[in-house]
Write a protein that binds this ligand. Structure first.
Ligand SMILES: [Zn+2]
Length: 74
């Protein structure tokens, strides 16, 4: 339904008008590290530290690499 899309676009800014300090990336489901993969573990670690200092550029970079796991992390 076209109305569904329209409603969604209008509703989101309202939801995020309150500061979402703890969940800044709520819109983006984050890739999770793959069990037993050192690359993933390191990326998750870097991502956590970057998030702690508010470095969202690095956080999203890590998410990109984590999402590329099946192709490796290069
Ligand atoms: Zn991995």
């Amino acid at each position: 339904m076209m109305f569904e899309r329209w409603r969604c676009a209008v509703t989101e800014p309202t939801r995020y008008s309150t500061p979402a300090v703890e969940l800044p990336l709520r819109l983006d489901p984050e890739p999770t590290p793959v069990e037993g993969c050192a690359g993933c573990a390191e990326l998750a670690d870097v991502r956590d530290r970057a998030r702690a200092v508010g470095d969202m550029t690095t956080v999203s970079d890590c998410n990109v690499y984590l999402g590329r796991h099946p192709e490796g992390h290069r």
